[in-house]
Design a protein around this ligand. Structure first.
Ligand code: F0G
Length: 454
């Protein structure tokens, strides 16, 4: 039984084990590189005692709901609120939390009209404490890093992981080391890592090069790695799906669409869906689909050209720097989740992504470029007949609009796609460039009048 429940009756919580996703070898502990000691593949966390002490669905749903009115820090976290299906804490106070999770589910009426899907929603993970979905995984992984007694944590990142890791490390009193590709992450994300006190190294390589180096480092130095190779991260990120299903009163939507980079998030959401089905929390699975940028389409190619059997790495290039990844670590996990849920994998162009981002922005909620691939991808999935107009669709918006202001300003300023006249025309109605005027009432009145009649 949970020793950490602070409100409502307690339910059983299970000790976890690590299982290799390739050879299924099970162990009670993991090496610092979080790879299988037998075959070197990735590990996942399993809860072998769930079979004996499965939480009773109505009871556990009630407890999760009940914790929302508690003032205890662990209940105020939208991640630890679901602790009955997470690795077990010894005591509530050990959770390193910034009140992550509990993110809004928005309707998207304008995007509904554009796509022809009336029941279209956005689950906005950009509303997390550091502005991205990474916080939901980081609270769990940072907690277990601290418990293991590490002084240093480290990650390779395209920006959001580093911002999140630096914040949670600071809260936990640990030092943090960030490896990011020089010149290829947004200033907003870099500034977060600096402010939260990380030792921030801008390496002359890409994300894949940073991750490779980190993997070597953790074998040599007492540093705890917080990339999504670390399966504790994915356990925390699972709660996105739990919270989403709760927001739908446990009636699953037909589709969940998520951007794909290193493919940890799609793996986590898929794992949560399968576990929820297994525990009897939901009656059926939503289809989980992954959308990538055309210039960073390793999973798309892996599924189309290699039947998901071996990874096809690509030299990654996209303005959505968050997903500028060519050698995704969790490709096998994600490929399995798409197969298990019957989801699709699509790619979108830079133009399609930029347009979709402006369309989401016009709803008054906004997101960062990588998140917008979900809407652009949905348009394609509707065209292909994979998503039907009468189905319920949820787009996972992974990062906040303010994460990459340069992108937004370049787009609205008309600098993004150069002088291509046909492109400019197709984006004209979406662009709202800033207007420089003399500081006179007349000039402002004229601008207002022009805008009214344009
Ligand atoms: N969206 C955003 C905003 C991201 O920051 C990332 C990944 C993704 C989508 C893709 O998620 O990797 O789980 O498939 N950002 C990582 C980082 C790689 O370092 O911040 P994924």
């Amino acid at each position: 039984m949970s020793s950490t429940s602070t409100s409502g009756p307690s339910v059983r919580q299970s000790a976890h084990q690590f299982r290799c996703i390739a050879c299924a070898h099970v162990s009670d502990s993991a090496e610092q590189d979080f790879r299988c000691g037998n075959c070197g593949d990735l590990l996942e966390i399993i809860y072998p005692y769930w079979k004996e002490g499965t939480p009773d669905p109505p009871q556990v749903k009630f407890i999760w709901q009940d914790r929302k009115v508690s003032f205890s820090p662990i209940d105020l976290s939208g991640v630890w609120r679901f602790r009955d299906v997470l690795p077990m804490l010894e005591k509530a106070e050990e959770a390193v939390t910034l009140r992550e999770g509990n993110t809004p589910l928005y309707e998207l009426p304008q995007c509904s009209r554009i796509t022809g899907v009336p029941r279209l929603f956005a689950k906005h993970q950009g509303m997390n404490p550091t502005g991205s979905f990474k916080d939901t995984g980081m609270t769990v992984a940072a907690t277990f890093a601290k418990r293991a007694g590490f002084r240093w944590v480290a990650c390779a990142s395209t920006g959001n992981t580093s911002a999140s890791m630096a914040a949670y490390a600071a809260r936990a009193g640990m030092r943090s080391l960030v490896l990011v590709p020089e010149g290829k992450i947004s200033w907003s994300k870099l500034s977060q890592a600096l402010d939260y006190g990380a030792v921030t190294c801008q390496l002359r390589t890409d994300f894949d090069g940073c991750l490779k180096l980190l993997q070597e480092l953790v074998r040599k130095a007492p540093v705890y790695q917080l990339n999504s190779i670390n399966p504790f991260r994915l356990e925390g990120q699972k709660t996105l799906a739990l919270e989403l299903l709760e927001q739908f009163d446990w009636n699953p939507p037909d589709h969940i669409i998520v951007p794909g980079g290193n493919l940890g998030n799609s793996s986590a959401i898929g794992k949560a869906l399968l576990e929820m089905l297994d525990l009897g929390l939901i009656p059926r699975l939503p289809k989980l689909s992954v959308i990538q940028a055309e210039g960073a389409n390793a999973l798309v190619r892996t599924l189309r050209e290699a039947g998901g059997k071996r990874l096809i790495s690509v030299p990654a290039e996209t303005r959505a720097t968050a997903i500028r990844i060519g050698n995704p670590a969790s490709w096998k996990k994600a490929a399995h989740m798409l197969e298990a849920t019957g989801g699709a994998c699509e790619q979108v162009s830079e133009l399609e992504m930029a347009q979709a981002k402006a369309e989401i922005g016009a709803e008054g909620i906004g997101c960062e470029p990588a998140s917008a691939v979900t809407l652009a991808g949905l348009k394609k999935l509707v065209q292909q007949g994979f998503v039907k107009p009468d189905e319920t669709v949820v787009l996972v918006l992974t990062g906040n609009l303010l994460k990459d202001p340069d992108f937004t300003i370049e787009f609205h300023g008309g600098e993004m796609f150069g002088d291509d006249a046909s492109t400019a025309k197709s984006l004209e109605l979406l662009r709202h460039p800033p207007i420089v005027l003399d500081a006179t009432l007349d000039a402002v009145m004229r601008t207002l009048d022009q805008a009214e009649h344009s």
